[in-house]
Design a protein around this ligand. Structure first.
Ligand SMILES: NC(=O)c1ccc[n+]([C@@H]2O[C@H](COP(=O)([O-])OP(=O)(O)OC[C@H]3O[C@@H](n4cnc5c(N)ncnc54)[C@H](O)[C@@H]3O)[C@@H](O)[C@H]2O)c1
Ligand SMILES: [Zn+2]
Length: 340
């Protein structure tokens, strides 16, 4: 079992384990109050509802199930959950466990942040993406008709408990997508080595990825500067995700975005051939499909006219080398020259 301490506005511990023997002790000690609401989606509940209710039998356990998929990050599901907590008599002194992927984590986190102005939240991520990324750092959100994550709060969990056992039931598509995010970490820091990534999911791999996230969010909890480094590959990645109407998985889009990141970094920093080869080797280590069916113009349109931009320049995370990312502001003309 590996442990990491996170120091943000509140302090909390991440526990990374494998095998479910110690599960109840590891999670029970963070539960506040008599009542626990476990929030999970329909897919996860089929696999783990009974096991969880049995393991946490010491408390009054309520299980709330939402439909699997991004659509559950909605105002309807958000209010449903609040109403359920209220009718089941939850007070500010009880606990919510978000048991699932990033969708359940974001939705439950937002519920926790607002129910009676804040109720204890334990994140138990069950996808690779949520294990190495979304369960840590305190970003919670739901979507509006007009876009993703437009309503939310920074709300840190009381604890994060990752167990590699839960990741064993993931479909291949989710594993591949999760590794897209892991490749991002392997480019951000040399600690996530190619050997570690190639060995597949392990406590150590999750630990090294989360350590990077921990270090960054501890220095910049609310994304005023440094936290943007975690967007490596995401500027173009999000553009491709949106162009594909979310048909290509997030991690796969991040990998395609990393190819563009390399193209731009190459021009901006004059990378040497050996640096380019090393970066390429990492991007391609999981055999993701790195082709892109969208034109430079389509990508430019998405990247440059994103609602968050100022209309003139775009902030990109580029690579000076493996383990040496830099945030650079590029004009539209510069981006055009690099990606065409
Ligand atoms: N808060 C943050 O910092 C942050 C960061 C990145 C992404 N996100 C958000 O995360 C969401 C995506 O998360 P995701 O990729 O985990 O998607 P997800 O939660 O939809 O999970 C993906 C699929 O895997 C299934 N699943 C989950 N755990 C399983 C298991 N153990 N075995 C079998 N199937 C399982 C789910 O039912 C779902 O069908 C997006 O909404 C994104 O905006 C948030
Ligand atoms: Zn991502």
């Amino acid at each position: 079992m590996l442990k990491l301490k996170v120091k943000t506005s509140t302090k909390y511990q991440i526990t990374i384990g494998s095998g479910l023997e110690g599960f109840n002790q590891s999670v029970d000690k963070y539960i506040k109050g008599d009542k626990v609401a476990i929030i999970m989606d329909t897919n996860v509940s089929k696999l783990y509802k009974n096991l969880l209710e049995e393991k946490l039998s010491a408390k009054k356990v309520f299980t709330y199930i939402v439909p699997a998929g991004e659509n559950s990050k909605s105002k309807e599901q958000y209010f449903n959950l609040l109403e359920k907590l209220c009718s089941d008599g939850f007070t500010r002194h009880d606990t919510i466990i978000a048991f699932g992927g990033g969708v359940v984590g974001d939705l439950s986190g937002f519920v926790a942040s607002t129910y009676m102005r804040g109720i204890a939240l334990i994140q138990v991520p069950t996808t690779i993406l949520s294990a190495v990324d979304s369960s840590v750092g305190g970003k919670t959100a739901i979507n509006l008709e007009n876009g993703k994550n437009l309503v939310g709060a920074f709300y840190q969990p009381r604890a994060v408990y990752v167990n590699t056992e839960f990741l064993k039931t993931l479909p291949d598509k989710e594993i591949k997508s999760g590794f897209g995010e892991i490749i991002k970490y392997a480019l951000l820091s040399k600690k996530v080595t190619l050997d570690l990534v190639k060995n597949g999911i392990s406590e150590k791999l999750i630990y090294e990825c989360l350590k990077i996230k921990r270090d960054i969010v501890s220095k910049d909890e609310k994304e005023s500067s440094l936290r943007a480094l975690l967007n490596l590959g995401h500027t173009v990645g999000h553009a491709i995700e949106s162009l594909s109407k979310y048909q290509i998985s997030h991690g796969e889009c991040v990998v395609k975005g990393l190819i563009y990141t390399l193209k731009i970094s190459q021009k901006v920093f004059n990378l040497t051939q050996s640096q380019i080869d090393q970066i390429n080797k990492i991007i391609n280590c999981y055999n993701h499909d790195t082709s892109c069916e969208y034109s430079a113009e389509q990508i430019m349109n998405k990247v440059c006219f994103d609602k968050k931009g100022d209309g003139k320049a775009v902030k990109f995370v580029l690579l000076k080398d493996v383990g040496n990312p830099k945030i650079v502001s590029l004009t539209h003309q510069q981006i055009k020259e690099c990606i065409e």
